[in-house]
Design a protein around this ligand. Sequence first.
Ligand SMILES: [Ca+2]
Length: 236
Amino acid sequence: MRKLNLRSYSPLILFLTVLLATFNARAEEILFSEDFQSREIGDQWTFYGDPVSVINSDHGNPAPCFNNNGDSMWSSGIKSRQTFSIKDGLVIQCDIFLSCHPRGAWVGSFFGIHDPTLTTGDTEPKIVTGLKYLYAGELNWRRPHLQGLLILSISKFYRNEPIPDMIHMNQWLDGWHTFKIEISPDNLCSFSVDDSVLVTYQASFPDSLGEVGIFLGGRATSWGTALHDNLVVYVP
Ligand SMILES: [Ca+2]
């Protein structure tokens, strides 16, 4: 009997794995996606903050990607013109690259969903639920030595308790990682990184919340690099 040579089958196994992953992605209903391959921040977005966000042509997953371009004082970013219902649940996932000088600060990437009825035009989004990955080194006199800092939030209007900040989360620095917020139809909010769920909280989003928008943003000073790529919004 001929011996099975697994090495000669490896391209086939790789092909079948990719095919399976594609079928899995299609099983979910993709509502919106953005990979910045067009090399511009198009009409599907409105800008907030000054200076405005830009495309980073040299980096990405793959390049190009999004640079929030916020400064040391205020965040800058973009809000989607398209809105989404959260009645049937909603997932927002995005790849983030964060790197910072060990002493540095004021560098971070944020994303999440916001209530478009509470802000207009170029004003900062009012967050319904969001995720911030940022770095606070010695230079940050208010919060020094917190380093890789993950701030998960659900608006105080829609939850019973605040979510404690997660500090010294340095394992996701200096590389691309996939961050995800998943809202179930019964308002359970799960936050995960690279498909590992970190925490799950019960929220109570009222029917009056209606349609929500998506935002990307943050701060990006010369102390470090904060980038976004591969945003995907879908129904779980
Ligand atoms: Ca890209």
